[in-house]
Design a protein around this ligand. Structure first.
Ligand code: ADP
Ligand code: MG
Length: 343
């Protein structure tokens, strides 16, 4: 494109909060044939909320919650803010098992900055729980956290794990008793995390429960996917989250289940984009997080969205200032329109 065309396109883009990092990017954007969306914070708001807590007994069976549900029924009991978790009042050994699961999970997550972790801690606080300060904490990226809780207590405390199935397996704990409950929550699009406990001095731990967080899909996400598909662009979803949750979100926004790449570790996101491009595709990767920066850098066009971190913006070719996935299609249209007019 001529310098004049580039200037026109860049200016039109800027008017929509779409910042192209130079003329060559503006030119490339029109040739994008695949758009790869990050899930959390890109297609979804990235504001997690604690929705469910489940407790298991020693045999791996769900402990039914015996607090009466507001409607007297049992179906809704584990859902949302329905008074499931009683405030700390009845603390002690006879404490509600779900309260205990949440208290342990929140203690373990106190040291984590992850949005999943923050939702657990905030959810526990909102339910009036006092959250113990852990004595040790380790982040296991892409899998969860491991913490030491209650070391100064009478029982010497325990190691607490909160995370995905692989985190438990890697620590010698079988996640399979939770399978049915995990699948139920995940098919609702929630991120369900296993909670396990290894008492101090014991060489074996056990699964004690599940905590689940939910995120909201951005209002324009489905329209954005539809607009891209209308242009003949293949739309994909990439996430560190599990397959079932990812597919539930994909379905909500209109992305084909075959185009979902789930359980991609943070350090593997860029390789995933490279493999998508291996057959000559020209992919636009759209992401918001630090995790996404390497993937934005290897994509044909890297696009950072809205609330994006500085690292993502730095690695990106295009920045969408407004937090609106529709601007992905708009960026491509601006590129297309500008360059065609000049030719
Ligand atoms: P995303 O791509 O959605 O940001 P991550 O790669 O950070 O996801 O994490 C992948 C998965 O690892 C999460 O879906 C969750 O199951 C687990 N996980 C990561 N961090 C935590 C945490 N702090 N607590 C519990 N689980 C976690
Ligand atoms: Mg993200």
């Amino acid at each position: 494109a001529t310098p004049a065309a580039t200037m026109v396109g860049t200016t039109i883009g800027a008017g929509h909060g779409i910042l192209f990092k130079g003329g060559d990017v503006l030119e490339r954007a029109k040739d994008v044939d695949t758009v790869v969306f990050d899930k959390t914070g890109t297609l979804t708001e990235g504001e997690m909320e604690l929705t469910d807590v489940v407790a298991f007994d020693r045999d791996g069976n769900v402990i039914p919650d015996d607090d009466p549900a507001p409607d007297g029924g049992t179906a809704q009991r584990r859902e949302g803010d329905d008074g499931l978790i009683a405030p700390e009042a009845g603390s002690g050994p006879d404490r509600d098992p779900e309260t205990e699961v949440l208290r342990l999970a929140a203690a373990a997550e106190r040291g984590s900055e992850h949005p999943l972790a923050r939702a657990i801690v905030d959810g526990a606080r909102e339910r009036g729980l006092e959250i113990p300060e852990p004595d040790g904490f380790e982040n296991v990226p892409g899998h969860g956290v491991r913490a030491t809780v209650g070391s100064d207590g009478p029982d010497g405390g325990s190691e607490v794990l909160v995370g995905n199935r692989k985190l438990l397996r890697d620590n010698g704990i079988d996640p399979s008793p939770a399978a049915e409950e995990m699948e139920r929550l995940e098919s609702e699009g929630k991120t369900a995390m296993l909670v396990a406990r290894v008492p101090a001095g014991a060489n074996e731990g056990r699964l004690v429960g599940i905590v689940a967080d939910a995120d909201t899909v951005k209002p324009s996400a489905a329209d954005a996917v539809a607009a891209l598909k209308d242009r003949g662009i293949d739309v994909m979803l990439i996430t560190g989250d599990n397959e079932r949750t990812a597919r539930a979100v994909a379905e909500r926004v209109g992305i084909d289940p075959a185009n979902v790449r789930a359980e991609v570790l943070p350090e593997d996101k860029s390789a995933a984009v490279e493999s998508i491009q291996a057959d000559g595709r020209q992919a636009m990767m759209v992401g918001d997080g630090v995790n996404d920066a390497p993937a934005l850098a290897v994509a044909y066009v890297g696009t950072a969205i809205g609330s994006g971190t500085d690292v993502a913006i730095e690695a990106a070719d295009v920045t969408l200032m407004r937090d609106d996935p529709l601007d992905v299609a708009k960026a491509i249209r601006v590129s297309d329109a500008t360059l065609q007019k000049i030719k």
